[in-house]
Design a protein. Sequence first.
Length: 140
Amino acid sequence: MKTLKRNYSHVNEKLAKAGLRPTRQRILLGDLMFGRGHRHVSAEALHRESKEAGIPASLATIYNTLHQFRTHGLLKEIVVEGSRTYFDTNTETHHHMYCEDTGMLTDIPEDAVTISNLPSLPAGLILSHVDVILRVRTNS
């Protein structure tokens, strides 16, 4: 397994603020997720990256860690189609554009989308947020 000789303070700080214990696995996977700026990554892609980095983690461990990060507010989960899910390191309010041809997911600033004419909500419910995903493909 990869040694902890690098400086992982950025990951340790994130984990501590989120109330997660800084296990070796969380630190190493967190470094892959958060060490490259904002990004969108699938569990399968992170699994490949972890193998390339010499971090032995099963796909189940990757999923569990990503879901723990999401549950503790470190990631957003973006479901684009059925079982195609991305995890987003940008937890600020924003929208997305999904390219069906490439599978690429990109951020759209919140103020670039205007949302109007929302339906009335049932009694006892309040609007938490609205997620917009623009689905695009090449014109062919």
